[in-house]
Design a protein around this ligand. Sequence first.
Ligand SMILES: Nc1ncnc2c1ncn2[C@@H]1O[C@H](COP(=O)(O)OP(=O)(O)OP(=O)(O)O)[C@@H](O)[C@H]1O
Ligand SMILES: [Mg+2]
Length: 252
Amino acid sequence: MSAALDTSGLSVGWPGHAPVLTGLALRLAPGERIGLVGPNGAGKSTLFATLAGLIPPLAGQISVMGDLLPPATISARIGVLLQQSEDQLFCPTLAEDVRFGPQNQGLRGDALEARVTRALAQCDLSHLSDRPVHHLSGGEKRRAAIAGLLAMQPEILLLDEPSAALDLRSRRALMGLLARMPQAMVIASHDLEMLLDLCPRILLVDAGRVQADGPAQDVLSDAAVMQRHGQEVPASLRATGRASPVAIGQRG
Ligand SMILES: Nc1ncnc2c1ncn2[C@@H]1O[C@H](COP(=O)(O)OP(=O)(O)OP(=O)(O)O)[C@@H](O)[C@H]1O
Ligand SMILES: [Mg+2]
């Protein structure tokens, strides 16, 4: 079966600057959830910007379900939640913002309204549908951006810090929602407990490349690897912290 998302020899970075991450061969199976971890500036958001077609790859290829994407193509098949909610909220009201994406995809009438109503309800925002987006709180904006993304029903979700700014109840609700989503997704986050809950596989990036790729429990509990790359073993794994064989830097 084709991978949901497949990259080969992918290098990402900003025009006129040195590459941020190189040699990425990332294969995301249909329905798979990968947690993307790495210190500030490691390149998580840059990778998402490239996969979402917002900046061109410096090298390499990206395919979705076996279809090669031309460089810097914004594809409706890949939905991205940007790190800053303000970067993707721009309509006068919340409902208009959530409606914008599916309307742009050609959806009209009752089908469009049903899509909007459902996405708002999924993110517990129905009561705020007429609110100007700039009058929402930080956490409400986060949920508004997620609602806009879900309304487009992309095949692949790239979520950059989805739990940032959310209170504990909203974070828990988001985790339940994401756990029920059928799409393949990559979640970049410093919320390692959330990743442990949601993502069977973790990719750790630092210093320009993938440093570890393996089962979440193994990567996140490897104190030496985590420390080397500016991370801490999450509290829930500390009691069982153990060495693991997944650190790519230590192979061969
Ligand atoms: N628009 C830009 N132009 C040039 N360089 C940029 C731009 N945006 C980010 N960078 C640089 O690219 C590198 C990777 O940044 P990126 O935002 O991808 O890191 P990140 O892993 O998402 O970090 P964080 O955990 O802080 O979100 C950093 O050195 C950053 O300064
Ligand atoms: Mg980032």
